[in-house]
Design a protein around this ligand. Structure first.
Ligand code: SAH
Ligand code: SF4
Length: 387
C-alpha cells in the first residue's frame, strides 16, 4: 500500500504542460487531467479516465492505446491521434559477470545517460540518473568530469524505471493481476548521473509517479535520494517527496571535503549537519545514510573514523562505506581492505551500522561513480552487449 504523504500533496498544485508535449509519461495526475480535458474529454469523466489510463501505463506497462480495452474504441482512437506514450530509447544493454545490468539510454536531443540494475537476493535496486552530466565537480567522480548537458524531464526519469521493467519482464501478463512474489525491481536509488536536488521538480514528479499506488506502487521507504549536500533543498526532499535520504559525506574536515566535494565551499560540514539534524522523518527507524568513499591516504584514517562519529552524533544514521571505484585517469586509489576494515570497526563499535558497499558491475563500469555517457567507450568495449 502507498504511504500517506508527510505534507499536503504538492502534486495537487497546478502545473502546465509545455506546448506541443504530447507524451503522457511523466505527467502528474493533474497534468494528465488537464491534457485530457484539452483534448475534449468531458470534465465529469476526466478523473476516471486519468485513473484508467494511469493504470494501463504504470500498472500494466501498456504502450499502445488500442490495448486500453476498458475505454471506448473511438476514445482510444482520439487518444492515439492526440497523444503518445514514449520512453527513452535503450541504446545498449550490458550484463556484468555478477548479473548487474547497465543500460545506455538515449533521450531527446541525442543525449545519453546510464541506468544500472543491481539484482540482489529477493530484491533488486535500480540506480537512476537525474541529469546528463553534473554541474558539480567532485574530484573522485567520473560523472563530475562531464560537464552538465541538461536536466532530465520527469518522463525521462520515470522512463528509466519503465524500461528496466520492460527488460526484466516485470509487467503483468495481459488480463492477469500483477505478480505478488518478490519484485525484481523493488528499490530505487537516485545515485546515477547528476545531482538530483539540482533537478528537484522533475525528480519529485517522477518519484511521486513511482510511488503512486495505482501504478508502479513503490513504497517511499524503498526510494533513496543521494545528494552531495544541496542544503536549501534538503528539507523539501522530506516534505515534497518523502523518500529516504543519503548524503555524500566523504570527509571529516572542511579542508578535505572542499577538495573532494566542492559544494562544501558553499555549504560546509556544519551547515550540512544542521540541515540533516532537522530532516523530518516519519519514524525513528528511518536513518540518514552517510556515504563515505574510501580513498587511500586521503580520508581513510582511524582519526577520520573517530571524527566522523563525533560529527554525526545525534543524527539517526547509518554509514555506507564505498570502496573507491576506479575509472580511467582517476586521481585516487581505493583504500586497502585492511584499512577499510579498521575504519568500519571503529564505526561499528560506536553503535552504527557500517556496511561496506560491495562494488557491483565494475567490469562494465557500472559501479558507483563510474557512470559517464561517453558513447564511444560503450561502443568500443561492447562486453556482452545484448542489443
Ligand atoms: N550526485 C549525487 C548522486 C550521484 S553519486 C551525490 O553526489 O550524492 C552516487 C554516490 O556515488 C555518491 O555518494 C558519490 O559520492 C559516489 N561516488 C562517486 N564517484 C565514486 C567513485 N569513483 N567511487 C565510489 N563512489 C563514488
Ligand atoms: Fe555530481 Fe554526485 Fe558526481 Fe559529485 S558525486 S560530481 S554531485 S554526480
Amino acid at each position: 500500500m502507498p504511504d500517506t504523504p508527510i505534507t499536503p500533496d504538492v502534486m495537487a498544485l497546478p502545473r502546465t504542460v509545455p506546448e506541443g508535449d504530447t507524451n503522457l509519461v511523466g505527467k502528474t495526475r493533474d497534468q494528465l487531467h488537464d491534457m485530457l480535458i484539452a483534448a475534449g474529454t468531458p470534465e465529469k469523466q476526466a478523473r476516471m479516465r486519468v485513473g484508467q489510463i494511469w493504470q494501463w501505463i504504470y500498472n500494466k506497462g501498456v504502450r499502445d492505446f488500442s490495448q486500453m480495452t476498458n475505454l471506448a474504441k473511438d476514445y482510444r482512437a482520439m487518444l492515439a491521434e492526440t497523444f503518445t506514450i514514449e520512453l527513452p530509447e535503450v541504446v545498449t544493454r550490458q550484463v556484468s559477470d555478477d548479473g548487474t545490468r547497465k543500460y545506455l539510454v538515449r533521450i531527446a536531443g541525442g543525449h545519453e545517460v546510464e541506468t544500472v540494475y543491481i539484482p540482489e537476493e529477493g530484491r533488486g535496486t535500480l540506480c537512476i540518473s537525474s541529469q546528463v552530466g553534473c554541474t558539480l565537480t567532485c574530484s573522485f567522480c567520473h560523472t563530475g568530469t562531464q560537464r552538465l548537458v541538461r536536466n532530465l524531464t520527469a518522463a525521462e526519469i520515470v522512463g528509466q524505471i519503465m524500461l528496466a521493467r520492460d527488460d526484466l519482464g516485470e509487467w503483468p501478463e495481459p488480463g492477469r493481476a500483477p505478480k505478488v512474489e518478490a519484485r525484481l525491481l523493488s528499490n530505487i536509488v537516485l545515485m546515477g548521473m547528476g545531482e538530483p536536488l539540482y533537478n528537484f521538480d522533475a525528480v519529485r514528479d517522477a518519484m511521486k509517479i513511482a510511488m503512486d499506488g495505482e501504478g508502479i506502487s513503490l513504497s517511499r521507504r524503498r526510494i533513496t535520494l543521494s545528494t552531495s549536500g544541496v542544503v536549501p533543498e534538503i528539507a523539501r526532499t522530506a516534505e515534497e517527496i518523502g523518500c529516504l535520504l543519503a548524503v555524500s559525506f566523504h570527509a571529516t574536515t572542511d579542508e578535505v571535503r572542499d577538495k573532494l566535494v566542492p559544494i562544501n565551499r558553499k555549504w560546509n560540514i556544519d551547515t550540512l549537519l544542521d540541515a540533516l539534524r532537522d530532516y523530518p522523518r516519519l519514524s525513528n527507524s528511518e536513518r540518514i545514510t552517510f556515504e563515505y568513499v574510501m580513498l587511500r591516504d586521503v580520508n581513510d584514517s582511524d582519526d577520520d573514523a573517530r571524527r566522523l562519529i563525533k560529527l554525526i552524533k545525534g543524527i539517526p544514521a547509518k554509514i555506507n562505506l564505498i570502496p573507491f571505484n576506479e575509472w580511467p585517469g582517476a586521481p585516487y586509489q581505493r583504500s586497502d581492505a585492511k584499512r577499510i576494515k579498521s575504519f568500519a570497526d571503529i564505526i561499528y563499535k560506536a553503535g552504527y551500522a557500517s556496511p561496506v558497499r560491495k562494488p557491483r558491475g565494475e567490469d562494465i563500469m557500472a559501479a558507483c561513480g563510474q557512470l559517464k555517457s561517453a558513447t564511444e567507450r560503450a561502443r568500443k568495449h561492447p562486453k556482452k552487449s545484448a542489443g
